[in-house]
Unconditional design. Structure first.
Length: 369
């Protein structure tokens, strides 16, 4: 007998139960995420990766932490399937816990493209000024980027670091033939990196192209301080400079062969003005490359987990940050292609192209005067 399709319509009670289950699962996931935050901040994962299976007392001694707290953390991480235990029936003070090798790229290998431990730090920063966000929703005002503290900008920078160091100069820019050729030329090219944050994009470009000079601009002083340290650590400080400076300074006009803006346009109160500045920074043959979140072409209630995540970031951070100042465009994280195209046209660009760079998280755009 042929099977018939299940056409049962969920009852209101079914839907109520489903939402309750989702909220409980989400809360569980959030608590696991902040437990990852503890493991990262206290260097517990690093110690487990370096020394192998340990008791709570051994791990506490190795990391300078309290044994009872560490034991609770180990047990929570184990029941959350992050850590493994050798013998769960052993007495509590004798159980030995380990970090599975398969989890090391996610939690301890800062160079891995799977490294997502900083996501926990960024999430903590997202909700840091929660009372200010609540007030912003009432008043319509913004929340300053600096109010989100070190967790937000350090976590975000650490997440983007592997891609900027190992994909930007090795895959993404080389896929734009004329840009790659100009940056590879013996005649030194100049690059302006707008909204550079901790400078990993600037460092990545300088590492890939030995003759290039990069100037990174950002309005957050703490980020610029970190960027300078990073350039020094990676040996490119002689060709990479960072400034807390408004890039719209007329002295900079027409100076650059390439202008980049990585994951920052959607945060800007005045994206049109910022893009117009980028157009003026590029010399006659200069190119502007914008990287921003890969989102759907239009709103959909069934957009999927990635867009759900990006809307969450927007609710707590990107929209409040973007509403600081008068006459904000109030873009938010979910900046669709046609929104950016409209900003680019208003800023005076004659050419707007979505680049054929495949990436799960990012979409790349080429803008020219």
């Amino acid at each position: 007998m042929a099977e018939t399709a299940d056409t049962t319509t969920p009852t209101p009670t079914d839907r109520t139960e489903a939402l309750a289950e989702e909220l409980f699962a989400g809360t569980n996931a959030a608590l696991t995420l902040f437990s990852v935050y503890l493991g990262t901040r206290l260097e517990l994962y690093d110690a487990l990766a370096a020394a192998g299976a340990q008791t709570s007392a051994e791990l506490a001694a190795r990391t300078g932490t309290d044994e009872r707290y560490v034991r609770e953390w180990l047990e929570h991480q184990t029941v959350s399937n992050v850590l493994a235990v050798d013998d769960e029936r052993a007495p509590a003070d004798e159980r030995r816990y380990s970090l599975p090798e398969a989890h090391e790229p996610v939690l301890v290998d800062a160079d891995s493209l799977y490294y997502l431990a900083p996501l926990a730090q960024a999430a903590a920063g997202l909700v840091g000024p929660l009372e200010d966000v609540v007030d912003a929703y009432r008043t319509g005002e913004g929340v300053a980027f600096a109010d989100y503290g070190a967790d937000l900008h350090e976590g975000q920078a650490a997440m983007n670091r592997p891609a900027f160091l190992y994909l930007l100069g090795e895959e993404w820019l080389p896929s734009i033939p004329d840009v790659h050729e100009r940056l590879s030329s013996e005649t030194p090219a100049r690059v302006a990196d707008i909204g550079c944050g901790h400078g990993w994009s600037s460092v990545g470009i300088a590492q890939a192209y030995p003759n290039v000079r990069v100037d990174g601009y950002d309005l957050d002083e703490a980020s610029i301080d970190a960027a300078r340290r990073n350039a020094e650590a990676y040996g490119v400080a002689d060709r990479v400079t960072f400034e807390v400076r408004d890039a719209s300074d007329p002295e900079l006009e027409g100076t650059y062969d390439l202008v980049t803006a990585f994951e920052c346009v959607h945060d800007m109160a005045d994206p049109v003005g910022a893009l117009a500045t980028m157009r003026r920074l590029a010399n006659g043959d200069g190119v502007v490359v914008v990287m921003d979140e890969r989102v759907g072409d239009e709103f959909s209630a069934h957009a999927g987990e990635m867009e759900q995540f990006l809307y969450g970031c927007s609710v707590f951070h990107c929209l409040p940050v973007g509403r600081v100042g008068e006459h904000s465009a109030a873009t938010g994280t979910v900046m669709r292609t046609e929104t950016l195209r409209g900003y680019a046209e208003e800023a005076g660009f004659g050419t707007f192209e979505v680049l054929p760079i495949e990436n799960e998280f990012w979409r790349f755009y080429r803008l020219e005067a």
